[in-house]
Ligand binder design. Structure first.
Ligand code: BJW
Ligand code: ZN
Length: 247
């Protein structure tokens, strides 16, 4: 792995790291990414599945899609990149992990206080009374679950296009990006806002911004350093360096 002297020396000294992850970090676990030639959106149209109007038009179809993905996610495991980040939280005083992923793999790897910008596939809530539901019963006759309190339609707790992010979460993410010394943007195409602003906010506030991705992205020209390669190979090496420094 080829890293700059600047990143090497920052790894030595820094006690403040903020990380943003995207679908690419889970690719090596077997979860499909969204964009790219093999991504979910190359086969399915986001406008038919990932917005509230599409859900109201056809909740059966949307639930079928989420149940399919839930099954895949249940069957996969966190990979060395998730595990490396879970370890990194113990090596610095101020560590924040922000994820756009809904797959719960960071939490399963042992990361704490994860800021989930786009929700979590494990949770759902009633669109009428807002009651949150952790386990939805799916039957063959009735694919769309209903609320046990008011019989309203239950939806996945996922942020669709055109929807606001969960209250307070983006503010906490912005705070962490603003105060960190090192910001890592990992496995995200950085095209979805407002998440894509976080590396730019961090850099504007003086952080050193490093991107880890298989390819260059929308923000590559705006970051300090791009490490091209698999997150599952690069991250364990970076975290090992930090661990050795700590002794
Ligand atoms: C590897 C790897 C390996 C592979 N190692 N790397 C016009 C301009 C600007 C903004 C907008 C606009 N029109 C609309 C908007 C706003 C919109 C938006 O940003 N749209 C853009 C697409 C244009 N944003 C929103 O609507 C957000 N809300 C909002 O703005 O609220 C304010 C508001 C509300 C109302 C009115 C007005 C304003 C909400 C966004 C919600 C996003 N939700 C989704 C889908 C959820 C559905 C589901 O999961 O079922 O979240 S979209 C999808 O993209 C998902 C992801 O979290 C998100 C980001 O994708 P990510 O993680 O970057 O994945 P990929 O696939 O794109 O990239 C993977 C990367 O990994 C690639 O780069 C690979 O190379 C790399 N990789 N293997 C390392 N092993
Ligand atoms: Zn209800």
């Amino acid at each position: 792995m080829n890293i700059s002297n600047k990143l090497c020396s920052l790894l030595h000294t820094t006690e403040s790291i903020c990380v943003l992850t995207g679908a690419g970090i889970s690719a090596e676990s077997g979860v499909e990414t969204f964009r790219g030639s093999n991504g979910l959106w190359s086969k399915l149209k986001p406008e038919e599945l990932a917005n509230f109007d599409a859900f109201i038009r056809n909740p059966d179809l949307v639930w079928e899609w989420y149940n399919y993905r839930k099954k895949i996610i249940h069957d996969v495991k966190p990979n060395p990149a998730h595990c490396a980040l879970a370890h990194l939280q113990d090596l610095v005083k101020d560590f924040t992990l922000i994820t756009q992923n809904i797959d719960n793999l960071h939490i399963r790897a042992g990361s704490k206080n994860v800021l989930e910008l786009h929700g979590n596939i494990e949770r759902s809530y009633c669109i009428s009374c807002g009651k949150s539901v952790t386990h939805v019963e799916v039957t063959l006759e009735n694919k769309v679950p209903h609320c046990s309190s008011c019989h309203g339609i239950i939806r996945p707790d996922i942020v669709w296009f055109g929807e606001m992010l969960p209250e307070g979460v983006f503010e906490m993410a912005t705070d962490a990006a603003t105060r960190c010394e090192l910001f890592l943007s990992i496995g995200t195409s950085a095209v979805v806002y407002p998440a894509a602003n976080l590396p730019l906010i961090a850099r504007k506030q003086g952080a050193y911004v490093v991107e880890i991705n298989m390819e260059r992205t929308e923000i590559s020209n705006s970051v300090d350093e791009t490490l091209l390669g698999k997150a599952g190979e690069i991250l364990p090496q970076l975290v090992k360096m930090k661990e050795e420094i700590k002794g």
